[in-house]
Write a protein that binds this ligand. Structure first.
Ligand code: GP9
Ligand code: MN
Length: 410
């Protein structure tokens, strides 16, 4: 029924952080580039392997961007699609299965739909089959105007590896479409080369694979380095085409790339044991918000992909008002400074809760479970409410959004 939505409405209202007013509208009517980096974890940022920088371009971009070193992925079995779901709705993906498959026909207040009311055109760029992760259906529900899928790209044996078109030609071929795109636009680019099993031909290897016992981790550094270069070239091309100045760039990792099966090699690389406490911290993915003309700043707030949408909307100066969403503006002083994982684990400023144990963040030492208890209850409540919205298709009872005409299906 519709009454459950009232409880949820009250919960999100009570947990709403006032967005940072200094940031409100600083990117008003700018084009938005979201770049979702396949399997990019934060530990490679500002780091080296055998003396070579792994992400030299991102490292330099960070110096002129807002960088969030305590930002976490919150995905489940839906992997990339879950990160997209978090981005577009500020709702959590499901505890099992992929919401892109199981609930693609629900009523959503997707970012593309909502931005339409402010005159934005929206497009996704991803060189895979359109039906992978049921994207073609879900993108309609979210309100995307166009999906540049694999059929929009010239894919040959030479320009492909592993999952398909390499990131270099992917970005290069996207330029032509961008040149003719109605403005302002909201665009999302999903990279592919840095996907397990992280294969790359020798001629594309800017740094060689590492030498640990895990071939997966060894190759990972090489494919991350490749994608970093591809994005560097993309930025150069955007500048050449006059598409850079009037735009903002939201770059983030979609989820982990190196699973716990590679703990031995990871521990060799990081020089410390990979405990459950460390494993939780390894779920950090980079978040870089680049606004041309703005100085660089590191923002230590603990947050996650659930926060992307309200953060972006505040930068664009579009008020989400009383809409139902669980994230908060990452620039807000009132942000809870916490990130909830899909399995019920969570990280706050002071604690890490994972595998039924509570750890002190500063020391990594196990501590009284009571210290984590209040956050544990809130985490469970929040995940439960988000799940209820999806299972009950509850947003169909709730079409309030900023007084705008959000499409409500059925
Ligand atoms: C597939 C790409 C990778 O199109 O998004 O998906 P993943 O396996 O990471 O979910
Ligand atoms: Mn992925």
């Amino acid at each position: 029924d519709g009454s459950e939505i009232v409880d949820i409405e009250n919960y999100v209202k009570a947990n709403r952080a006032q967005p940072n007013e200094k940031m409100t509208g600083i990117a008003k009517r700018k084009n938005v580039f979201v770049i979702s980096f396949e399997s990019l974890q934060d530990f490679v940022i500002n780091n080296t392997v055998d003396g070579e920088a792994i992400t030299p371009f991102l490292n330099s971009l960070i110096k002129e961007s807002y960088y969030f070193p305590n930002f976490y992925h919150q995905t489940g079995q839906g992997k990339t699609s879950d990160s997209e779901f978090l981005l577009e709705n500020s709702l959590y993906p499901l505890p099992s299965g992929a919401v892109f498959f199981t609930h693609s026909q629900n009523a959503y207040h997707g970012t593309p739909n909502q931005l339409k009311e402010s005159g934005y055109y929206s497009a996704v760029f991803h060189a895979n089959n359109k039906s992978f992760w049921n994207r073609d259906v879900m993108y309609d529900s979210l309100g995307y105007d166009h999906f540049y899928d694999v059929d929009s790209y010239s894919v040959t044996e030479e320009n492909s590896i592993g999952w398909g078109l390499k990131d270099g030609p992917f970005f290069e071929q996207s330029i032509e479409y961008l040149k003719h795109m109605p403005k302002p636009f909201y665009s999302k680019f999903i990279t592919l080369t840095n996907h397990f099993p992280f294969t790359l031909e020798e001629e594309d290897q800017i740094i060689p694979p590492w030498t640990s016992s895990s071939g997966t981790l060894n190759r990972y550094f090489t494919t991350v380095r490749y994608t970093d270069e591809a994005v560097k070239n993309f930025f150069e091309r955007l500048k050449e085409e006059g598409l850079y100045e009037d735009s903002i760039f939201i770059l983030y990792g979609d989820h982990y790339g190196i699973s716990e099966n590679h703990n031995k090699a990871m521990s060799q690389y990081l020089g410390r044991e990979i405990t459950p406490f460390e494993s939780a911290q390894l779920q950090k993915v980079p978040l870089i918000i680049h606004i041309p003309g703005q100085k660089g700043k590191v923002i230590e707030t603990v947050g996650g992909q659930i926060d992307l949408k309200p953060t972006i909307f505040n930068l664009l100066g579009i008020d989400l008002k009383d809409d139902i969403y669980f994230g908060n503006d990452l620039f807000s002083k009132e942000h809870s400074n916490a990130a909830v994982f899909r399995d019920g684990s969570f990280i706050t400023k002071d604690f890490v809760y994972t595998k039924d144990l509570c750890y002190e963040k500063a020391t990594g030492m196990e501590t009284d479970i009571e210290k984590c208890e209040p956050y544990k209850e809130k985490t469970e409540q929040e995940l439960h409410y988000s799940d209820r919205i999806i299972y009950g298709d509850l947003l169909r009872f709730f079409d309030k959004n900023n007084g705008t005409d959000v499409k409500v299906k059925k």
